[in-house]
Design a binder for this molecule. Structure first.
Ligand SMILES: *[C@@H]1O[C@H](CO)[C@@H](O)[C@H](O)[C@H]1NC(C)=O
Ligand SMILES: *[C@@H]1O[C@H](CO)[C@@H](O)[C@H](O)[C@H]1NC(C)=O
Ligand SMILES: *[C@@H]1O[C@H](CO)[C@@H](O)[C@H](O)[C@H]1NC(C)=O
Ligand SMILES: *[C@@H]1O[C@H](CO)[C@@H](O)[C@H](O)[C@H]1NC(C)=O
Length: 506
């Protein structure tokens, strides 16, 4: 066996035995080609590339955190991600850091890259930066980076007061991670230690914050891009990351809580989906195929293939629009209307039922078409174009920014639950773009919808076959080359799925 082929086989085997099924990231390239013919539903091809007060103070027993100071500390939008400003090192270097509840490493560019304006220069922070000598690499669906683990002092200008030592992964090289027009230079993974690379002993940022400041183990997130054009060049939207509690001025009505099924991603249990008022009537395990998670770093609402197909069928049936080509649903085409003729009235509401903390009940999150039929760009002054804010997924249901922008989301890690309330910024022309209601009886669904179907059976068969072949090749390689071969980690299936800011638009 020729060495290059062997190595190729080896790397292929490692990625397969990790359980990874990489999904190519699809990005709108921005090279929209619009003809001038306009109908009610003129779908046009776009090119795709393979290239995301007092009341609130009461919940903080330490009394040291003022949540109002954190309001509006985020900038960005669903397409390019929401980011917060952090000051890293001594003296502090200001960086914009993407807020991602779907991963657990804090990583910052530490070398120049064409798509970023500046990077964290560890040499300028020699008095406090500590290099641990350990390499680290993280692979997302859309890209990856390599770097070294270190530690430095970090402060959050619009966050809890103080300067604290934090684990930092210094990104030295990357591929497809930084993209054009983003205005952030790093990523803040807010999920649990289980997802941290290279292993869970690397304490994630928020865990460190809680340990060092003694703030409650809870943060909440408001993302305000609802109804705004996804490709506007200015960061018009924004939002809030409240660390240590909830800020009551950011939402109205009650907070509905759902249990966190497993503490790795923020995994929840979806019981039911409705289009209009029509139940999709799938086995509830289908909704949680593989898993169902809440991820601020994913742009769209992503649904397991069966669920996605049922949803598209139901929308087509109830949307009054007959001419949709499949390209609109699979994200390869935009739908354009004459300027000012908004299409939302042609589409139904979408509702998602989550298990309530009382397990025999559920509550319902509803998003209006304004949230999932997303305006892309002002094309040539005569057309408004829209994309479908839902996509299919082979690695689980993801409640991404498309849905999160409708709600104030409370990550109550202390009580192992996620809360949802009506967001005060999910409003357009005075009308709310989301609804929340409950409780509903969960008697009509199974008592456990999680963890049933783990993957497509066909994929499993293929995976096993490949793993068997790989095992053989690996044994041969081990015997021939005595390559020290260890599994990357014991949670190999995690690496493929931190679908960071997918479907970004240039
Ligand atoms: C747009 O379409 C026209 C006609 O099909 C073609 O000549 C032109 O190159 C296209 N432009 C882009 C940017 O794809
Ligand atoms: C930080 O401290 C200052 C001065 O004590 C205070 O005014 C401010 O509210 C504090 N910020 C936060 C987020 O607690
Ligand atoms: C949970 O919900 C069920 C059904 O609505 C109700 O009968 C029961 O009293 C509730 N349990 C608690 C502890 O509230
Ligand atoms: C639901 O089922 C999955 C897989 O069988 C299991 O891991 C999980 O603990 C169950 N959850 C509950 C609440 O029983």
């Amino acid at each position: 066996m020729a060495p290059p082929a062997a190595l190729l086989a080896l790397s292929f085997c490692l990625s397969v035995s990790d359980g990874s099924i990489l999904v190519p990231l699809r990005l709108f390239s921005g090279n929209f080609n619009f003809s001038s013919a306009v109908g009610l539903v003129a779908l046009r091809q776009v090119a795709l590339t393979a290239d995301g007060s007092g009341l609130s103070l009461a919940s903080d027993p330490t009394g040291t955190v003022n949540f109002l100071d954190m309001v509006n500390n985020l900038k960005g939008d669903s397409g390019r991600g929401y980011y917060i400003e952090l000051s890293i090192g001594t003296p502090g270097q200001k960086m914009n850091i993407l807020v991602d509840t779907g991963s657990s490493n804090f990583a910052v560019a530490a070398a120049p890259h064409p798509f970023i304006t500046h990077f964290f220069n560890t040499a300028l922070s020699s008095s406090s930066y500590q290099y641990t000598g350990q390499g680290v690499a993280v692979r997302y669906t859309q890209g990856n980076w390599n770097g070294e683990l270190g530690m430095d002092l970090v402060s959050i200008p619009e966050g809890p007061n103080g300067t604290f030592p934090i684990n930092i992964a210094a990104i030295l090289s990357s591929e497809g991670f930084f993209l054009p027009d983003i205005n952030w230079q790093g990523i803040l993974g807010l999920a649990y230690p289980l997802l941290a690379r290279p292993d869970p002993s690397v304490t994630p940022f928020f865990d460190s914050l809680v340990q060092q400041l003694g703030i409650p183990d809870i943060f909440s997130l408001q993302m305000c891009g609802a109804g705004l054009s996804a490709s506007s060049t200015v960061d018009a939207a924004g939002g809030s990351l409240i660390m240590g509690g909830t800020e009551s001025t950011l939402y109205t009505g009650p907070v509905w809580y759902t249990p966190i099924v497993e503490e790795w991603y923020y995994q929840v249990e979806v019981l039911k989906l409705e289009v209009g008022n029509q139940n999709l009537e799938l086995d509830c395990k289908e909704y949680n195929t593989d898993k169902a998670i809440v991820d601020s770093g994913t742009t769209l609402l992503r649904l397991p293939v069966n669920v996605f197909n049922a949803l598209v069928t139901a929308i087509t049936r109830s949307s009054l629009i007959q001419e949709f080509s499949s390209g609109f649903w699979d994200g390869t085409k935009l739908a354009c209307w004459m300027k000012g003729e908004t299409p939302w009235r042609f589409f139904p509401k979408l509702s998602l039922y989550l298990r309530a903390t009382n397990s025999s009940q559920s509550f319902r999150l509803t998003i209006l078409p304004q949230l999932y039929i997303q305006q892309i760009t002002d094309v040539d002054g005569t057309l408004d174009c829209f994309r479908f804010g839902v996509s299919s997924s082979v690695n689980g249901l993801v409640i991404g920014a498309t849905v999160m922008e409708g709600f104030y989301v409370v990550f109550d890690r202390a009580q192992r639950r996620l809360g949802f309330a009506l967001s005060n910024c999910a409003v357009s022309a005075g009308l709310p773009l989301s609804e929340i209601a409950g409780p509903f009886s969960a008697a009509d669904v199974a008592s456990n919808c999680s963890g049933g179907v783990r993957n497509e059976p066909v994929l499993w068969v293929i995976s096993y076959a490949l793993i068997a072949v790989c095992a053989l090749v690996l044994i041969v390689l081990l015997l021939l080359l005595v390559v020290p071969c260890r599994r990357r980690n014991s949670f190999g299936e995690i690496t493929d799925e931190s679908s960071l800011v997918r479907h970004r638009i240039k």
